[in-house]
Unconditional design. Structure first.
Lengths: 339, 294
């Protein structure tokens, strides 16, 4: 018999998309609150911190050979602990089941800071089994890259490592551009463009980052993106002299404007079709200071210094005076150059 | 987010859920509980977590508290006022949300116990502050079912859930190992199905691999076998390449015997074997049983 009724497409699509989502993602949202006591650091994965759980809550002992580094870490953890006291742990740590307990994949600082904050448990994404070594390393590195409190050199080293591991284990022919990096480390495209510029920067910039003299990725990227080595050196010098980010941006912008002028001059040199020019067209401008600057430059030339007083008596308030002055300058120069 | 760790070796916990009312959750919770006790002779605990108390009423009638006007559980048959130790003689599933241990009620059917609902106290549990909800409500039913004594006493647990997506339903979902969604074959009910599947999605995706939430299927219920729209819509549902396999191959036609069973407080399995309603109920229950214990 012929069918008269059928399911509206919208409903059918909604049901099928939900069912497909579950079929493909069973167990991927396994988030739980786990007692901190049940989570151990993975001895097979290198730790980023020197400080140990046993150093908490009093802080490291002065007799500890790594006292100074541990103390710095302790202070940093205390700051995070204050945030956790107020807002809780915002991002779940990631763990995997290990016997009757769990091992940490990443979230070492959040665990230690939570202990300092007096918490007994922590939100965690639980994996059923240990991911392979590459996945763990990649997760840890990506997690580190996403931290805001890392130094620039540490962040760059982590990104280098992430790319290296990816090429080694996934695809060595991958083209490392901003889109690729964006997908890999989950940062904005602008940030990824900056990272790439700095990762590929010349040694002088790398050295200053390594020594801690440049701490801002934005500043480093502006310098690294300079077109010529002299422009780069100028920007680097300004940065080291204490230029702010906006000052550096301004300087770079001026450089770009200058860079932009030269190609148009080159274009004008192209041979034009038709009757060839028999004289020079000196163009026009609405900017009166261009004329005053030219007159100033020329009249300070020892060759034209005798005309300086002539121009000093003129006021360049209106276009007409400027045009007259410029015509006079050209005429004087023609006479001098003919001689 | 669930508190603590799931208990992986739980006995089967079957829930009948749908956010729409009147689709057959209570009817099928009762039928399947009776099937497990009468036909399979398994120790079965039925749990009524719906504050409407319909599942409880099918076994014990309606008991209203004359003061609060809320429906409450009947007096427990083992209650002895002279030896009560402060207990008022009533127990319900709401006890698990207030730090008490519920006491299952025996029914007239051998092998079948029920933990009744309690309208007033389940309202209170639902109104626990949102931030305490995760600790005090969501995981409680799962924790209760996994108490060793409770696990040792029963072979299967059957939960009747409320027609909502609130905290009590979430608590039931977190306890379930298996889910059946009764569905009337009409457009409004099918629209509502998408909403319930979201709840299933959230829970199924959150489960560890060794404690999955198995969707046994969507059970076509109260099917009007001669109505063209039922046939056509059911055919559409079953033939969908994505979710068609979740529409159970068995179904229950809209029959008079089921409401009569409720009125007479009788089991469908007490009818003659030739009764078509009993035959259909058996085929549905056999299918669910196979899926759980295969």
């Amino acid at each position: 018999m012929k069918k008269k009724y059928s399911l509206p497409v919208g409903i059918s699509t909604e049901i099928s998309s939900t069912v497909d989502l579950v079929k493909n993602n069973m167990g991927t949202l396994n988030y739980k609150i786990i007692p901190l006591d049940a989570i151990e650091f993975d001895p097979n994965n290198p730790r980023n911190l020197m400080i140990l759980r046993s150093d908490l809550p009093q802080g490291p002992s002065e007799s500890d050979p790594f006292y100074e580094k541990k103390l710095l870490e302790f202070e940093s953890l205390k700051q995070t602990a204050e945030t956790i006291k107020k807002y809780g742990v915002r991002n779940a740590v990631e763990i995997y089941k290990f016997g009757n307990s769990y091992r940490l994949i990443h979230g070492e600082r959040r665990c230690l800071s939570s202990i300092l904050a007096g918490k007994k448990d922590i939100p965690a994404k639980v994996l059923d089994e240990k991911p392979n070594d590459f996945d763990i390393r990649l997760l840890q590195l990506i997690e580190n890259v996403q931290r805001e409190d890392l130094s620039l050199i540490d962040t760059l080293n982590n990104i280098r490592q992430v790319i290296k591991e990816y090429k080694l284990h996934v695809n060595d022919a991958v083209e490392v551009d901003a889109s690729f990096l964006e997908g890999l480390i989950n940062r904005s495209k602008t940030q990824c463009l900056n990272f790439l510029a700095v990762l590929n920067a010349s040694n002088d910039i790398q050295d200053k980052i390594a020594s801690g003299e440049i701490k801002s990725i934005e500043k480093a990227a502006i310098i690294a993106k300079a077109k010529t080595s002299s422009q780069r050196e100028n920007l680097l010098r300004s940065c080291l002299d204490g230029a702010s980010l906006s000052q550096l941006k301004q300087e770079s912008l001026q450089q770009k404007r200058l860079n932009g002028i030269s190609p148009s001059l080159v274009t004008n040199l192209k041979k034009r079709p038709g009757k060839q020019a028999s004289k020079i067209n000196l163009s026009s401008t609405i900017n009166k200071s261009v004329i005053t600057k030219l007159i100033h430059l020329v009249s300070n030339d020892p060759l034209y210094i005798t005309f300086k007083s002539h121009f000093e008596q003129m006021s360049f308030d209106d276009y007409s005076t400027c045009s007259t002055a410029f015509s006079s300058l050209i005429q004087l120069m023609e006479k001098v150059e003919v001689k | 987010m669930s508190k603590g760790v799931y208990f992986m070796k739980t006995k089967p916990v079957l829930g009948f859920a749908n956010q729409k009312g009147g689709v057959g959750k209570t009817t099928w919770s009762k039928i399947f509980s009776e099937y497990m006790a009468i036909i399979q002779q398994k120790e079965t605990l039925g749990i009524d977590i719906d504050s409407q108390t319909s599942f409880t009423a099918r076994f014990f009638g309606i008991n209203k508290n004359p003061v609060t006007d809320y429906k409450e559980p009947p007096l427990h048959p083992y209650y002895d006022p002279n030896n009560a130790d402060g207990w008022d003689g009533r127990s319900s599933i709401a006890d698990i949300f207030f730090g008490k241990m519920p006491k299952p009620y025996p029914t007239k059917i051998e092998h079948l116990d029920i933990i009744p609902s309690d309208e007033g106290n389940l309202f209170k549990a639902e109104n626990i502050k949102r931030q305490e909800m995760a600790d005090k409500v969501y995981g409680q039913l799962h924790s209760f079912i996994n108490i060793q004594d409770v696990q040792d006493s029963y072979d299967i647990f059957v939960i009747d859930t409320p027609p909502a997506k609130g905290p009590l339903t979430i608590s039931a979902f977190k306890a379930m190992t298996h889910l059946v969604i009764p569905l009337e074959i009409e457009l409004q009910a099918i629209e509502g199905l998408a909403g319930l599947l979201q709840l299933w999605k959230q829970e199924a995706m959150s489960r560890p691999a060794d404690f999955p939430l198995n969707l046994i299927g969507i059970l076509p219920n109260k099917v009007h076998s001669r109505r063209g729209s039922d046939k056509d819509l059911l055919s559409d549902l079953r033939s969908d390449p994505s979710y068609g396999s979740y529409i159970m191959p068995v179904q229950m036609v809209d029959r008079m015997e089921l409401p009569l069973c409720d009125l007479e407080q009788k089991s469908i399995f007490q009818y003659a074997d030739s009764n078509p309603a009993k035959q259909e109920a058996l085929s549905v229950c056999d299918y669910i049983y196979q899926r759980i214990f295969q």
